[in-house]
Design a binder for this molecule. Structure first.
Ligand code: ARG
Ligand code: ASP
Length: 687
């Protein structure tokens, strides 16, 4: 341990240039391969990405529309996270078969469960198509023309390449703030079946208490299998389909990892903003995050109060609570992280230098113009974010608006209403209404408040009185009444006080906020493109990686602990012993299955590894990504970051930014000990 710890600390103090920052394009990985080698990697660039032969990229997929997955057998077996498979596991669950609670293990292919709507996308190839996309455009034509030329050419190219009958989809993506365009060609499979999932008490162990935290002990995995037609092509679900035979799958290492080992993450990071102006970072870190955190704290406190009083309410609100809490916690790490790093000040100093360099040239005044645009945007954008975090987050108002939309489209079967009420608890919602709209009333400047809202509050006397009035009069508080509404009831809906309040906010948003916002955002897009270009010319020696946009990337680094606070050092590997330490039948998040207690008590598993930390640069979307060792063997499955490092979406810091992975050996342990699904081992290659 010692040597590496010292190295990690030295890195923090003095050598930020050695940071493991970056989400690199796999087709250009040759440019990084020497650096990867210096950190311990033994693979060639061709091993990682090749269009001539099967390479590791052929074993990585976009799972659904926001996670990553990896192939682990010649029979189409796939690993991803439990939280990525969650919705599908839930859909197969009922009171008789609660797969979320008890886990699910197919004992043969026949028992695997189909998931309509779930797809996995393989990347066939990627290439720079900037010339094609900008064909017909010249700088003299201006930026608006550039956008429309790019859009038209992209659409034509995508159409030319797509082969819907073969599941081939093409997508042109803008990189470097649209200074470059890349074509991504995917092959999309749509018969993907659930093979196995641990009980939530393992797959979600630690729940939201441990989310974004270390030490972590979550067995966050689920197992699926991809099926194809007899020729290996994508096909709709059919019992005649056969397991997909991938070009490549990962072998699994049973050697594990230790501090200092090289690892890389191959996956689909969703979104980062590494090259933006100081004003955007200031807004996020000092305005947006704190305001949204405060609003969500109000919601979470109300939910917690009622959830702790009733088991039924806890079940109703667990998924909602998890999603509110997830971003709430991330924003706290992000906001504190950019403050601690001094990101805004550092960017201002950089902008000053760039601005001096730009004087008299094509980028003269650009930095200042960007700053002014962000300032112009700020009150409008904040109002927009406030609308989302308040009005749209009040369940009764959103239901009224949604029902109106459904009736408008002639849908009056009441299905959406009934599923809404299954997980609705009015006392939570009404208290949330009061807390959120009181915040809106007191925090939003007068000129950013809809007149109707001001009048209603004035007429009622207070936000609380307005809530009393709306929740007693609205027909949307009753499931039966709301579910029975038909198209002919539209006039009644329009007269409903819950609908009226939402509609007033919506009109205000469309009329007073969005026109300015759209215009400024358009100007910002162009200015940001030029600013990115300016930065690349200003620092010709620097290797810029494009911001994440859910396209395939490679991030690499080493297994490492970190120091979250003075006098505290976290080592990077957790074990089963830690699960037993946290185990508590009285705390929902820490109540493990009795079988796991028994297995532990029988002895011999104290040192069973569970999770590990590394310095790979990851973000949302990287969940489920394969974590690979120096030889490209699977050692882990990425599922989270530590909250102190979540500012990595804006600025990466080698001291605090750590990705959290499940140790693949814990997955094997659970398959065997809890699932008794050893039949799956025979198709894996475990070295
Ligand atoms: N923080 C992780 C991510 O952003 C995991 C979220 C799911 N887990 C949870 N306890 N809510 O996706
Ligand atoms: N938990 C995230 C995901 O689901 C990963 C992250 O933000 O680090 O993609």
């Amino acid at each position: 341990m010692k040597k590496v710890v010292l190295l990690a600390l030295a890195l923090c103090a003095a050598l930020p240039l050695l940071a493991d920052e970056g989400m690199w394009l796999p087709n250009l990985i040759a440019r990084r391969i020497d650096d990867m080698g210096a950190k311990g990697c033994r693979l060639s660039a061709e091993d990682i990405y090749s269009i001539n032969k099967a390479s590791l990229k052929d074993a990585v997929v976009l799972f659904g529309s926001g996670c990553t997955g990896e192939l682990v057998s010649p029979q189409g077996l796939l690993f991803t996270n439990h939280h990525c498979g969650y919705g599908y596991i839930q859909r197969h669950s009922s009171v008789e078969h609660d797969y979320l609670k008890d886990g699910f293990w197919a004992m043969s292919r026949e028992e695997e469960l189909p998931n309509p709507g779930l797809t996995v996308s393989f990347l066939e190839r990627m290439e720079d198509v900037t010339d094609v996309v900008l064909y017909g455009w010249e700088p003299s034509m201006g930026e608006v023309a550039r956008d429309s030329v790019a859009r038209a050419n992209s659409q034509r190219l995508e159409k030319e390449i797509a082969e819907p009958s073969k599941g081939i989809r093409a997508s042109v993506e803008a990189l470097y703030h649209a200074n470059q365009y890349y074509l991504f060609v995917y092959r999309i499979y749509r018969d993907v079946r659930l093979v196995g999932a641990p009980p939530s008490s393992i797959g979600k162990f630690g729940g939201d208490t441990d989310n974004w935290m270390w030490p972590r002990h979550t067995g966050d995995f689920s197992i699926f299998r991809i099926y194809a037609d007899a020729d290996g092509n994508p096909a709709d679900y059919s019992p005649d389909n056969v397991p997909y035979r991938p070009k490549k799958f990962f072998s699994i290492s049973k050697e594990g990892v230790k501090e200092g080992d090289f690892t890389f993450v191959y996956g689909c990071p969703g979104s980062t903003r590494e090259y933006v102006h100081s004003e955007e970072v200031r807004y996020i870190g000092e305005v947006s995050d704190p305001q949204k955190i405060a609003l969500r704290t109000l919601r979470l406190d109300i939910q917690k109060k009622y959830m702790s009083q009733s088991q039924a309410v806890r079940i109703q609100y667990s998924a909602k609570n998890a999603s509110v809490a997830n971003a709430w916690k991330k924003w706290q790490g992000e906001s504190r992280g950019v403050q601690r790093l001094g990101t805004v000040e550092a960017k201002r100093a950089y902008e000053k230098r760039l601005s001096a360099w730009a004087a008299g040239g094509p980028y003269d005044g650009l930095v200042e113009r960007l700053g002014a645009l962000y300032q112009k945007r700020e009150p409008y954008y904040l109002a927009y974010e406030y609308f989302n975090e308040t009005v749209r987050s009040i369940e009764l108002l959103s239901l009224a608006w949604r029902v109106y939309g459904l009736l408008e489209r002639g849908i009056d079967d009441g299905v959406a209403v009934r599923s809404f009420f299954k997980d609705y608890y009015e006392p939570i919602d009404k208290e949330t209404f009061v807390a959120l709209l009181e915040a809106f009333r007191t925090k939003m400047p007068q000129q950013f408040q809809p007149e109707y809202f001001k009048e209603q509050v004035a007429a009622a006397g207070s936000v609380q009185a307005l809530a009393d009035d709306i929740y007693s009069r609205s027909m949307f508080t009753s499931c039966e009444v709301a579910a029975s509404l038909g198209v002919e009831d539209m006039p009644k809906v329009v007269a409903d006080p819950a609908y009226q309040l939402y509609a007033a906010f919506f009109d205000w948003l469309q009329e007073d906020i969005m026109p300015v916002l759209r215009e400024v955002e358009g100007e910002l897009r162009t200015a940001n493109r030029l600013y990115m270009k300016a930065q690349m010319e200003f620092e010709p020696e620097r290797e810029f990686y494009p911001d994440a946009n859910l396209t395939l990337r490679v991030a690499y680094g080493n297994v490492a602990g970190y120091s979250p606070a003075d006098a505290v050092y976290y080592t990077p590997v957790t074990t089963l012993k830690g699960i037993i330490e946290k185990d508590n039948p009285d705390i929902f998040d820490y109540n493990i299955p009795q079988t796991l207690r028994d297995i532990y008590a029988a002895g011999g598993h104290e040192d069973q590894p569970v999770c590990f930390l590394a310095t790979n640069h990851t973000t949302g979307g990287n969940s489920g990504s394969p974590v690979l060792n120096a030889d490209g063997l699977l050692v882990g499955i990425n599922f989270d970051r530590v909250w102190e490092g979540t500012m990595s979406d804006l600025q990466f810091d080698p001291c605090y930014c750590r990705n959290i992975s499940l140790d693949v050996r814990y997955l094997l342990f659970i398959i065997k000990q809890i699932g008794h699904a050893e039949w799956l081992f025979s198709e894996m290659v475990i070295k």
